[in-house]
Design a protein around this ligand. Structure first.
Ligand SMILES: C[S@@+](CC[C@H](N)C(=O)[O-])C[C@H]1O[C@@H](n2cnc3c(N)ncnc32)[C@H](O)[C@@H]1O
Length: 300
């Protein structure tokens, strides 16, 4: 179902070994965890996710490892990694992976992550107080413009915010589909080019006009950037000597945070001078990998 992104590269940098302890901070559909177990079946993995649906899915999909007590699955925010480990009496870990962005499960959850969804929620963790519906229907034009600019880097932010506020005068915006249509009435569909280093190929793909706006609302609702900042820093703190941290980012806002943390921390050695991107053959079978960037570092 969900094909784990850059999974060979994750293994190359993590070099998992039996008896060592790893954290999959974004277990999602369990793809990377399963891959790590395929290399080191007797290692221990603590899988974290803030989405109950991911937890339920992984409890089924990875039940064999739960039964063998090689896997512990925790529903929590990865920001709390230190407290999570403390509760299960683990002091230091040998590696941690963060795969940011949304999972296939979430895209298919009808919670408003997809442009055709009939709802407008976008919370990964359903206990969070604010939904995308609240944001879109209650915030002022100025507040919406700021969110679209800051978290979507959308240059037509003001125009789209104006259109939304105008539309709201007649009725509330209740679905992702409705929101996508409003944005599409202002912006044209774009095409994006991706240059594939290994083959020198260039692929063009369609880019839904509302992509940046959806990204912005999702980041705001889920507090994603702050979570990345504190989650990555806290994870580095609990790495054992020589322990590895691997991150996979899907847009420049995420990647910038990781890049700056890696640069500023004096207790790690960067293993990826430049971020690793997927090979052509991976993108051909898994288009959600096309914008992925992997960075890795090792605790000194
Ligand atoms: C791209 S998916 C991970 C996919 C996974 N690596 C796999 O191979 O199946 C990202 C996951 O991270 C989770 N997530 C995002 N932010 C989180 C946070 N702050 N704390 C815990 N989980 C988070 C999401 O709910 C989602 O399930």
């Amino acid at each position: 179902m969900h094909i784990p992104v850059l999974s060979d590269e994750v293994i190359k940098f993590l070099q998992p070994e039996n008896k060592k302890i790893y954290v999959d901070a974004t277990i999602g559909c369990g793809g990377h965890t399963k891959k790590i177990f395929s290399v080191a079946p007797k290692c221990k993995i603590i899988g974290i996710d803030c989405d109950q649906q991911a937890i339920d899915y992984c409890e089924q999909y990875l039940h064999q490892f739960l039964d063998q007590q090689n896997l512990i699955i925790v529903k929590d925010n990865f920001v709390n990694i230190k407290e999570i480990l403390k509760k299960i009496n683990i002091e230091k870990i040998d590696g941690v992976i963060f795969d940011f962005g949304i999972s296939t499960l979430q895209l298919r959850s009808s919670r408003g992550f997809s442009f055709n969804d009939e709802t407008l929620d976008m919370r990964m963790d359903l206990s969070l107080p604010l939904t995308a519906y609240d944001v879109i229907n209650n915030l002022s034009k100025e507040e919406l413009t700021k969110i679209f600019l800051e978290y979507g880097e959308e240059k037509n932010s003001k125009l789209i915010a104006e259109k939304i506020v105008e539309y709201r005068k007649t009725k509330n915006i209740t679905s992702a589909k409705e929101l996508a249509e409003i944005v599409s009435s202002v912006l044209k569909q774009k095409r994006k080019k991706v240059y594939l280093k290994d083959t020198g190929q260039q692929i063009k793909y369609k880019f839904h006009p509302a992509t940046r706006i959806f990204q912005a609302i999702r980041i705001f609702v889920n507090n994603e950037l702050k979570n990345i900042y504190y989650g990555v820093n806290n994870a580095i703190d609990v790495l054992a000597q020589n322990g590895k941290i691997i991150t996979i980012c899907y847009h420049s806002l995420e990647d910038r945070i990781v890049k700056n943390i890696f640069k500023s921390r004096k207790d790690i050695k960067i293993l990826t001078k430049k971020p690793i991107t997927p090979q052509t053959k991976e993108i051909m079978v898994n288009k959600s990998a096309r914008s992925a960037k992997l960075r890795a570092a090792q605790k000194i």
